[in-house]
Write a protein that binds this ligand. Structure first.
Ligand code: IP8
Length: 265
């Protein structure tokens, strides 16, 4: 079973309308679930991002800095509330589409230390997979030994789950076609990088960090690249694709050639 495992991350820009707070993209979620239902072979774990249910609140209450003042406690509570709401909405659509999904709340079984996962009871996820159900998780606010709490991105979570459970591949469904040599949202000449190694991904992160402006990719893509390089170096294939284009998630699940970026060791 383990070698067949795929971890699919549905980015926040896929499951929500990032321009409108607390607005889920229900049609896109439903289409993605249809693609998963009809093309999945073996086991799958679904992780989703926060989009407009998570990031505006996290920003408003400065949650990424950790616990620095008491007013943030309200923000922690509101963000957890909002993320469980989005997760429930996605869960309902998944079950309606016939996927046997079970929500697992990251903050209940994961702790971090300085923004990296330090404790995770992987048996919780494995037990659900062993019973042929689909674990449904998400980016969350979790307790942090050093910072009090922190934001755990769905990308870090997906990578860690894939590593612990020896997944075959990670599919990251974003709102762009993959990884580009410059920001495709601001540069129409940006070229899609179809293949790269984990080492290439690492070097790209270094280049972005060295340059004064983020000329290569969007800020969000930097975090993604860091996780990708870790996963690829551990032998997991990572595919970054555009989840807004119908059929791409299905093609990647079927192991077909898909427009996107494939990162391998
Ligand atoms: O959208 C972050 O997860 P991401 C979730 O995967 C929160 O980065 C709570 C902002």
């Amino acid at each position: 079973m383990a070698s067949e495992l795929v971890v699919l991350k549905l980015g926040g820009s896929i499951v929500t309308d990032k321009q409108k707070e607390f607005t889920a993209s229900t049609e896109t979620i439903a289409r993605a679930m249809d693609e998963i239902k009809s093309h999945k072979e073996g086991s799958i774990i679904i992780v989703h991002g926060g989009g407009s249910y998570g990031h505006p609140l996290a920003k408003r209450y400065r949650l990424s800095k950790g616990h620095t003042d008491s007013s943030q406690i309200h923000g922690f509570v509101k963000t957890r509330q909002s993320m469980t709401e989005l997760n429930k909405l996605i869960l309902d659509i998944a079950i309606e589409k016939g996927l046997l999904c079970v929500s697992i709340h990251p903050s209940s079984f994961i702790r971090a230390n300085n923004k990296r996962i330090s404790e995770i009871d992987i048996r919780v996820v494995k037990g659900i997979l062993d019973l042929h159900m689909i674990p449904l998780l998400y980016g969350d606010v979790v307790l942090d030994e050093r910072l009090g709490f922190c934001i755990l991105s769905g990308d870090q979570l997906a990578t860690r789950l894939a590593t612990e459970l020896k997944a075959k591949k990670i599919i990251l469904a974003a709102d762009v076609d993959g990884i580009f040599d410059s920001n495709p949202k601001s540069n129409p000449k940006a070229k899609l990088i179809q293949r790269m190694t984990g080492e290439d991904a690492k070097q790209l992160v270094e280049r972005i960090e060295e340059s004064s402006q983020s000329v290569y990719v969007t800020g969000e893509m930097v975090g993604k690249l860091r996780e990708i390089s870790t996963a690829a170096e551990r032998g997991i294939q990572v595919i970054v694709l555009n989840g807004l284009i119908p059929g791409r998630i299905a093609e990647a699940l079927k192991g077909q050639n898909v427009i996107g970026t494939v990162v391998e060791r």
